[in-house]
Design a protein around this ligand. Structure first.
Ligand code: HEC
Ligand code: HEC
Length: 392
């Protein structure tokens, strides 16, 4: 009799095991579907969803902790997640059971699917960047809305949103491109967004390209002269402190001759080069990229120094993997370099705000496999390409 029961038990256990394996198999097929292009990881895909949809102020943020739930870190999120088992993870199942409450933005089926897959994959605290960053065809309704729906919407879905910023309509997004760009890039004078965590490099780059395009009245850099190009810039940003009555540092920019003799200093101050006082002094005033480019071109023509060596190169080339990018001197302070392999995939992105070097040499320190690459340098409306080879 005892043996009979034991056998029965064994059959039962085996049946359950088979069932749950089947169940997992069905789900893991799903996973390959969403995972086709990129892998899911905590920092890039999961934290932004919990944080934006649930940590809205008054809900599951570090201050309110409604019902004891606070989702502002991995450890805290894991209080309601059971690795490998979505259906026993209350912070996941709640989303099918009234959370976020009515009237708040809801996660899409695809987003819930991403969370489910992450739990099935072990709910790890892993981090990664987007591998194939597609920066073609950037639109507000597609590209920018999708970034907002991952990182922002829970806190910015109506006019009462943080800072009065309502990211639910295309129009509002378009009208606030500078503020969105400034806060995602943590520029001086903007509140860093999201308040905790970062937008991944690929999405940041998309926001930058979009904001640049949205705000560039084409930059007319043909035939740069004092009266046509430089005087209006100084008038806009500088003359209030450098005129005939207020002559800070002894400089009066309403006199052309003074501008001309001090052009190297003006260039150094406006580009925040070492050895010059950064101008304008109020760091929340950002001189637009077109004005910077015009000052640079003008300074190259009339100053003592040459700023217009316009070649972008890689040295040495070929290399054994240890090389530097040499930037053209006309580069704006705000640039990005994408490294593209032979299949056309972007394997790395270097953003100007990640390299503190003010010099025009950027040492590349990560490992790249042997092969042929392209470097695409974007700066304002300019794009430069350089081919380089790594032989190990
Ligand atoms: C957890 C909630 C939360 C998330 C997520 C969030 N924000 Fe905010 N945001 C706020 C709050 C709160 C403020 C107001 C801050 C203040 O005034 O101190 C704010 C302010 C802003 C402002 C005004 C900034 C300024 O300097 O005036 C912008 C623009 C903004 N957010 C954009 C975004 C974008 C874009 C995202 C997504 C990438 C995002 N936010 C994600 C809560 C959030
Ligand atoms: C709000 C007032 C203010 C504005 C606006 C302003 N400056 Fe100045 N500037 C100053 C003061 C004050 C000094 C002297 C103190 C210092 O050097 O930090 C100065 C110094 C300078 C110097 C000498 C610094 C050096 O290191 O040689 C230059 C060049 C200069 N400004 C250029 C500019 C330019 C170009 C602009 C516009 C993009 C500008 N300033 C806008 C107040 C201003």
């Amino acid at each position: 009799m005892k043996i009979f029961y034991s056998l029965m038990l064994l059959v039962l256990v085996a049946t359950i095991a088979v069932f749950s394996i089947n169940n997992n198999l069905a789900l893991s097929n799903d996973r390959t579907l969403i995972n086709a292009t990129d892998s899911i990881c905590f920092n890039k895909d999961i934290f932004p969803l919990f944080y934006s949809y649930c940590a809205t102020s008054g809900c599951h943020d570090a201050v309110t902790k409604k019902k004891g739930v606070n989702v502002t870190s991995y450890t805290l999120i894991m209080r309601g997640i059971q690795a490998g088992n979505p259906n026993s993870s209350s912070y996941y199942t709640e989303m099918f059971d009234g959370m976020p409450p009515n009237g708040y933005p809801q996660m899409s089926a695809a987003q819930l699917n991403i969370i489910q897959n992450w739990i099935l994959n072990g709910a790890k605290n892993d981090s990664c960047q987007t591998k194939n960053c597609d920066t073609t065809n950037i639109t507000v309704s597609g590209t920018i809305q999708s970034i907002v729906k991952t990182y922002c919407i829970g806190c910015h879905f109506n006019n009462k949103g943080g800072g009065g910023i309502n990211l639910s309509t295309d129009q509002f997004i378009k009208d606030n491109s500078i503020a969105i760009y400034g806060s995602v890039y943590h520029l001086n004078g903007f509140k860093p967004m999201p308040p905790i965590g970062l937008v991944d490099d690929c999405n940041k780059l998309k926001i930058k390209l979009w904001a640049n395009a949205a705000n560039s009245t084409p930059c007319d850099s043909s035939n740069v002269t004092y009266s046509k190009s430089i005087q209006p810039i100084l008038q806009k940003y500088c003359v209030s402190c450098h005129n005939s009555t207020t002559t800070k540092a002894g400089l009066n920019f309403t006199i052309q001759a003074q501008v001309q003799t001090n052009i190297d200093r003006i260039h150094g101050a406006i580009f925040h080069l070492d050895g010059y006082s950064p101008m304008p002094p109020d760091s929340s005033i950002i001189v637009d990229p077109c004005s910077l480019a015009l000052v640079r071109i003008f300074a190259s023509k009339s100053g003592v120094q040459q700023y217009d060596n316009s070649s972008f190169s890689v040295r040495p080339n070929p290399s054994n993997g240890s090389f530097s990018f040499i930037l053209p001197n006309t580069i704006l302070p705000d640039f990005s370099i994408e490294i593209i392999d032979q299949t056309g995939s972007i394997v790395d992105i270097i953003n100007s705000e990640n390299c503190n070097s003010k010099s025009s040499d950027i040492r590349y320190s990560k490992e790249l496999a042997q092969g042929l690459y392209f470097a695409r340098l974007r700066s304002g409306n300019d794009v430069f390409y350089r081919k380089f080879l790594i032989i190990k």
